[in-house]
Design a binder for this molecule. Structure first.
Ligand code: SME
Length: 148
């Protein structure tokens, strides 16, 4: 997929996600539209990231602050793109098939309340186009979480 096709695919995906209220369903939409390996949410609970709704193979249930890509995105409160998971110190390998990853934090009142985590079977799958659209989906996800 070139970047134009990717943007168009994300645009159509975003239109569907806008109408959705279930994070598991949103994960499945992202996974099937974009062909990723794993898409899901980790939510902050009692000082850890706990596995929330997801789509894909089974995954680690608990991630500590500052650990792995997810715990680092939480600690730094910023989107992290990892072109090659083997090059990321402390990466947590839930699936040996994962080669690259993006993690987008979710906020409420300035605090990180969780992350949207996505794994790909290909190296270097994520760039600023993914970050831009997944951050938009993160904003919708925050609204859903704040209504629960
Ligand atoms: N790789 C992540 C762990 C979660 S799985 O990818 C689903 C990390 O390093 O935080």
């Amino acid at each position: 997929m070139n970047n134009n096709e990717k943007s168009r695919t994300y645009e159509a995906l975003y239109d569907r996600v806008k109408e959705m209220r279930d994070l598991g369903g949103i994960s499945a939409e992202i996974l099937s539209s974009m062909g990723f390996l794993w898409v899901g949410y980790y939510l902050v609970k009692d000082g850890n990231l706990v596995l929330g709704p997801y789509s894909g193979p089974p995954a680690c249930e608990l991630i500590r602050k500052g650990k792995g890509v997810c715990g680092t995105a939480w600690q730094d409160a910023r989107t992290i793109i990892v072109p090659d998971v083997e090059e990321f110190p402390g990466h947590i390998a839930c699936s040996s098939l994962s080669r690259s990853e993006i993690v987008v934090p979710l906020f409420s009142e300035g605090e990180v309340i969780g992350v949207l985590d996505i794994d790909s079977e290909s190296l270097d799958s994520f760039d600023s186009v993914d970050a831009e659209w997944l951050e938009k989906i993160a904003r919708l996800s925050e609204k859903i979480l704040n209504q629960i």
